[in-house]
Design a protein around this ligand. Structure first.
Ligand code: FES
Length: 259
């Protein structure tokens, strides 16, 4: 298993209400892939379990990673992360998880779909993806469409907002319908209701679909079992095998898991 390392904060900024972007210098950058995450520890000894945070961008040349995360409340680990400044250190483990199988997209029309705090991992995925048609479909609550400019540099961008202030009013599925978009393969990350809708759309239309269940993780290191989900795999006694999202995922072929 991976070792804990003290990463150094390069920069940090608030990019939307409650959403922070931080670049850190870390050995984890060397082997990181899109869809993987790192687990970040607080320096406060009372919170022993780390927080899994998805990787938003990878800069191998400078040995650094960008994480974009939501502060989940007062006195939380994520709030502590948001107060770090350039030069501070933060204990991290990573990269963790399997990541998205980018190679499956070759020659295909692709949907890269992200919703809410599932938007950030879609950026590195979009940057690395080589495919026939790259359609980035991202959903937000309101006009604070963080990372939008970066997406626009990396593909065709379609936006949905819950309040209708930007793009399609509704969710990412509404944006696909409104723009009559089509794909041969889907990669998605976001809250469970969004992934459930994408999974059934993909299955109804026979589209290969990879979903990241990272929002359901708690510790990210296999210690809390909060992330167990039912898989469709059965052993030779027909027993269903449960999967730990943080260890076996967070990315799964949509037909492999019940959500
Ligand atoms: Fe804690 Fe998977 S998130 S065991």
């Amino acid at each position: 298993s991976k070792k804990k390392e003290n990463a150094q904060v390069i920069s940090q900024e608030r990019i939307a209400q409650g959403i922070y972007s931080m670049w850190i210098k870390t050995e984890a950058a060397a082997e990181a892939k899109p869809g993987q995450f790192i687990s970040m520890y607080t320096n406060d000894g009372s919170k022993l379990l780390p927080r899994p945070i998805s990787i938003c961008e990878i800069d191998k040349e400078n040995g650094s990673l960008r994480v974009v995360y939501r502060v989940t409340g007062e006195n939380t680990g994520t709030e502590e992360f948001s107060r770090l400044n350039a030069g501070d250190t933060i204990p991290v483990i990573g990269p963790l998880g399997n990541g998205f199988p980018t190679e499956k997209a070759a020659g295909k029309r692709v949907f890269l779909m992200g919703g809410g705090i599932g938007v950030p991992p879609i950026l590195e995925l979009a940057k690395q993806m080589e495919c026939e048609k790259k359609q980035i479909v991202v959903g937000y609550r309101d006009a604070e469409t963080f990372l939008r400019e970066e997406f626009e540099q990396n593909g065709e961008v379609y936006i949905s907002t819950e309040d209708g202030s930007v793009g399609t009013k509704g969710n990412v599925m509404d944006a696909i319908r409104e723009n009559t978009l089509e794909a041969d393969i889907i990669y998605a990350c976001g809250p469970t209701p969004m992934l459930r809708a994408i999974k059934s759309y993909a299955e109804e239309n026979g589209i290969e679909c990879y979903i990241s269940l990272e929002e359901r993780m708690a510790c990210g290191i296999g210690a809390c079992l909060a992330c167990v989900c039912q898989s469709k795999e059965k052993d030779h006694h027909s027993n269903v095998h449960n999967k730990r999202i943080c260890k076996d995922g967070p990315v799964f072929l949509s037909t492999e898991v019940e959500i």
